[in-house]
Design a protein around this ligand. Structure first.
Ligand code: PEP
Ligand code: CO
Length: 455
């Protein structure tokens, strides 16, 4: 039984709709076996965690909380490593504290991690020197090396992806439930980069205020800030591979409906969000909060006829926290597109949480052919989004970043002024470029007050 209005929804009803960006597995029998095995494994998250997140997202939609979502474009199996995971949790916790201070709102922290292993690709195949092979679709599908064996979509990797997700979440749960409290104390942060910025004095002042606030609160309550917020960390990934998502979707005792228990908060990518497609069909029947990416491929005058059926399918009951729209228009287009999106949603009479992903509309390729993004474009899209929402009697309720806690060089700009020529020093992403530790922290410092002014 589902709470969804459609009586014909089932865990397999998506199979009757066009499913875009699914790998073509040559061995169908192995796929069936892998999916059957997956369906028997324990879930990675619980329905009560999912419900708790949904109710917090509902409060964010009302302007009472703020969402920080971030992590890799695509996690790699080899990144399932204590340092990589710790660094990512650390930057997200630190950014969240900066945002709490600036916005004066509780911040919901959601990692793009513990399952962000599948990628939609613009082309199903890649050709090099006359050799055509399947594209790399993320580690849960195939391997990046350009040879026949590596690019072969292997259904058993679905199980390897589930296992990596479980290992990651197990470690995260241990970290957030104790021993990580120090990260809330700005005196332990890596702030060497600050002095490279013309805004150094301003940043130092903000960090000092933060430090004082943390100490004040701990003195007042006798509880460490780390302990106060210890359970508030959730996971998300793009709900792309429907074989995987449906195998981990379960009905649970004493609750109505179906929960996708591979993650707390799946989102539907821009390329798979057609209202009559398989992805919307599948996610219309599950109880999790759902994100949908909205990009500039539709013109402003077309957005209404897209949004109406989308919201009817995914958000028929106007349940608080159910639907998040993650707009990713790019700094150059957001002013043209966002007002129309806000109006189109308003016309449906439903409430959604609006989040800005300032990464995916700002991708560019350098002269040397490297995919990158400018720090200032990312900031500009965020600033414009905050302003446009405010002017439209709406509000930006969260931010969605591609970032890492490591010292990579994938995006240009920031306090150290990374240039296109610096990108070769530490470019590790196999897909989209991420903000590094310093750039991510600086971004949080820059946007916190602007969001706060509005709140
Ligand atoms: C992503 O989030 O990595 C992604 C592919 O985004 P979008 O669907 O918005 O292009
Ligand atoms: Co990406």
């Amino acid at each position: 039984m589902t709470r969804n209005n459609q009586s014909d929804w089932s865990i397999n009803s998506w199979r009757e709709r066009p499913a875009l960006h699914q790998p073509e597995y040559p061995d169908k029998e192995a796929l069936r076996e892998a999916a059957t095995e997956l369906a028997a494994f324990p879930p990675l998250v619980t329905s009560w965690e999912v419900e708790r997140l949904k109710s917090r997202l509902g409060e964010a939609a009302e302007g009472k909380r703020f969402l920080l979502q971030g992590g890799d474009c695509a996690e790699q199996f080899q990144g399932c490593d204590s340092e990589v995971i710790t660094a990512k949790l650390k930057i997200l916790l630190q950014m969240s504290l900066v945002l709490v201070q600036g916005t004066r709102l509780p911040v919901i922290r959601v990692g793009r991690l513990g399952g962000q292993y599948a990628k939609p690709r613009s082309s199903a195949t890649e050709t090099r020197d006359g050799v055509e092979l399947p594209s790399y679709f993320g580690d849960i599908v195939n391997r990046p090396a350009f040879d026949e064996a590596s690019r072969h979509p292997d259904p058993w990797r679905l199980l390897r992806g589930y296992e990596r997700s479980a290992l990651t979440m197990n470690f995260l749960r241990a970290l957030v439930s104790g021993g990580f409290a120090d990260l809330h104390h700005p005196e332990y942060w890596d702030l060497a980069w600050v002095e490279h910025s013309p805004r150094a004095a301003e940043y130092q002042e903000m960090v000092m205020q933060l430090s004082d606030a943390v100490q004040f609160m701990e003195t007042l309550t006798g509880i460490s800030v780390g302990d106060l917020s210890r359970v508030d960390f959730f996971t998300s990934h793009e709900g792309l591979l429907l074989e995987y998502e449906s195998a981990l979707t379960r009905s649970v005792p004493r609750r109505d409906g179906w929960y996708n228990l591979s993650t707390h908060f799946p989102w539907i990518g821009m390329r798979t969000a057609a209202p009559d497609g398989a992805h919307i069909e599948f996610f219309s029947g599950i109880r999790n909060p759902i994100g949908v990416k909205i990009g500039p491929s539709l013109e402003p005058h077309e957005i209404r006829s897209f949004i109406e059926p989308l919201i009817d399918r995914l958000h028929p009951d106007n349940e608080p926290g159910r639907l998040t729209l993650i707009h990713r228009y790019g700094a150059a287009k957001v002013a043209d597109h966002l007002p129309a999106l806000i109006e189109a949603v308003r016309a449906t009479g439903r409430q959604v949480l609006f989040v800005c992903d300032p990464m995916h509309g700002n991708t560019r390729t350098t002269d040397a052919g490297i995919k990158t993004r400018r720090f200032d474009d990312i900031l500009l899209e965020l600033e414009q989004s905050i302003e446009i929402h405010r002017n439209s009697d709406s509000h930006l309720g969260g931010v969605h970043f591609e970032l890492t806690g490591e010292n990579v060089t994938e995006c240009t700009g920031g306090a150290r002024g990374l240039t296109d020529d610096d990108l070769g020093q530490g470019y590790r992403s196999l897909v989209d470029p991420r903000l590094n530790y310093e750039q991510a922290l600086e971004m949080a410092l820059l946007i916190a007050k602007r969001i706060g002014n509005h709140a």
